[in-house]
Design a protein around this ligand. Structure first.
Ligand code: NAD
Length: 436
């Protein structure tokens, strides 16, 4: 049993803290956001993540999982301190290190004995060293030692608990064998593969992994756009490609591009790191441009299908950047919905979970609906932006009856073309060959 403080109780800190508690450790999750901590103490989970509430309830009841806004006290009461604060994109594209630096100062001030400081946030190469310096400079007791480890997080929102409990690998980077071993031992109950490396390489592995996955997505989206022009079907192309074990089928689903809190900011951050190092990462910059443009195909397809958008009523199904999350960070809907509104249409939107997160971020005129049916009623076209199960499984007979005109733009290739055709819809997806 390890005594661990997890600083930053967002998607990553809360999930990994809870999973570390689940395997028998005593975890103090701490955050400067007092409202968040007060909610968690009352058993209210501030984010939506399947299975998280049940696991938090179980581990708080067992006394293994505690919440506090007293970050200093949490540090003092722990032997391992995880940094899991945000590293958002700054205006110039690089990772904003403000929160990590604040935490490093705090750790220095409360370093009351040997501790292993583990960075879980996604951070530029060199941050481990920076944390070491800041902690050293703010140490209250200069004789107290500490080690710094990089242990980047690879969970995906929407399946974060299962990703954490069954992680593919734990990447652990440090110059201290003792600290690396302790963090490897901490992961032993997960039964995962441990990959030991140095600090800098561990930091780079996270950015390289995300940039590579983003590249796969932009690549297949570009192929989809070409498929539309030459009469091929991207679903079959991607399946055929993915059967090659050197390529693999994951992250080869064409659509309106990636969003979320990681790929957009991490690709920008890596391009910036490359620039700073004197290397022009043209490939990654093209991936980013391809992704930015891919969102725009929705309104192009809409115009193609219904002519003028002005004065029309458009149902938008799905707002979150992907299903099973309420995270709206860099969601394609944040570009597409304002564009549709700006073109003069009225928007009726439905998302089973992300509506409240979306409201402050979208134009005021958007009407939010409690069901798919309510959004579809009287609309001239329907646009699918997130493949939530209730959207994928919508009753097309009912939809046809409710809609003013049966135009369906499927930005996620999640509806069967045959089925929509049988129901008499005008259907546009991304790179799939029309059925007729
Ligand atoms: P988040 O914004 O959801 O949470 C960050 C939390 O840190 C917030 O609750 C904030 O109040 C808290 N915080 C900020 N400054 C603090 C301080 N000084 N002391 C205590 N708490 C503080 O962020 P997130 O999505 O959990 O991401 C955290 C890190 O993990 C980022 O670097 C991100 O890139 C990385 N990551 C995220 C994901 C993901 O899917 N969200 C996956 C892998 C890696």
């Amino acid at each position: 049993m390890q005594k661990i403080a997890v600083i930053g109780t967002g998607y990553v800190g809360l999930v990994s803290g809870t999973c570390f508690a689940e395997i028998g450790n005593r975890i103090i999750c701490c955050d400067i956001d007092e409202t968040k901590i007060a909610s968690l103490r009352r058993g209210i989970v501030p984010i939506y993540e399947p299975g998280l509430k049940e696991l938090i309830d179980k581990n708080t009841a067992a006394g293994r999982l505690l919440f506090t806004s007293d970050v200093g006290a949490a540090i003092e009461a722990s032997d391992i301190v995880y940094i899991a604060v945000g590293t958002p994109m700054s205006e110039t594209g690089e990772a904003d290190m403000k929160y990590v630096k604040d935490v490093a100062r705090k750790i220095g001030e409360h370093l009351n004995g040997y501790k292993i400081i583990v960075n879980k946030s996604t951070v530029p190469v060199g941050t481990g060293e920076l944390v070491r310096q800041i902690v050293s400079n703010h140490r209250k007791y200069p004789s107290v030692h500490f080690d710094v480890v990089s242990n980047p997080e690879f969970l995906r929102e929407g399946s974060a608990i299962s990703d954490c409990m069954n992680m593919d690998r734990a990447v652990i980077g440090s110059s201290s064998d003792k600290a690396s071993k302790a963090i490897a031992d901490l992961h032993a109950p997960f039964g995962t593969r441990i990959y030991l490396t140095d600090l800098e390489s561990a930091e780079m592995i996270k950015y390289a992994a995300n940039a590579f996955l983003a590249t796969k997505i932009s690549f297949i989206n570009a192929i989809a756009n070409i498929c539309e022009r030459v009469g091929a079907d991207v679903v079959q192309v991607s399946e055929g490609m993915g059967l090659d074990s050197r390529i693999g089928g994951k992250f080869l689903q064409a659509g309106i591009g990636y969003g979320g809190s990681c790929f957009p900011k991490d690709t920008f951050a890596l391009a910036h790191i490359a620039d700073q190092s004197g290397y022009d990462f043209e490939l990654l910059k093209a991936v980013i441009r391809t992704n930015d443009k891919q969102r725009l195909i929705v309104t192009d397809k809409l115009k193609q299908a219904i002519g003028t958008i002005e004065g029309k009523r458009i149902a938008v199904l799905g707002l979150a950047f992907k299903p099973h999350t309420d995270d709206m960070r860099y969601a394609p809907s944040l570009t597409i919905v304002p564009e549709i509104v700006q073109l003069g249409a009225s928007v009726s939107a439905f998302d089973p979970i992300a509506t409240e997160t979306a409201k402050p971020l979208l134009p005021e005129s958007v009407r939010y609906c409690g069901t798919v049916e309510e959004a579809l009623e009287g609309c001239d076209a329907c646009v699918i932006l997130t493949e939530w199960p209730e959207i994928v499984g919508m009753d097309l007979t009912r939809a046809k009856r409710l809609m003013n005109a049966t135009v369906l733009i499927d930005g996620r290739n999640c509806i069967s073309p045959l089925s929509v055709q049988q129901h008499g819809f005008t259907y546009h997806s991304v790179g799939r060959r029309p059925v007729n």
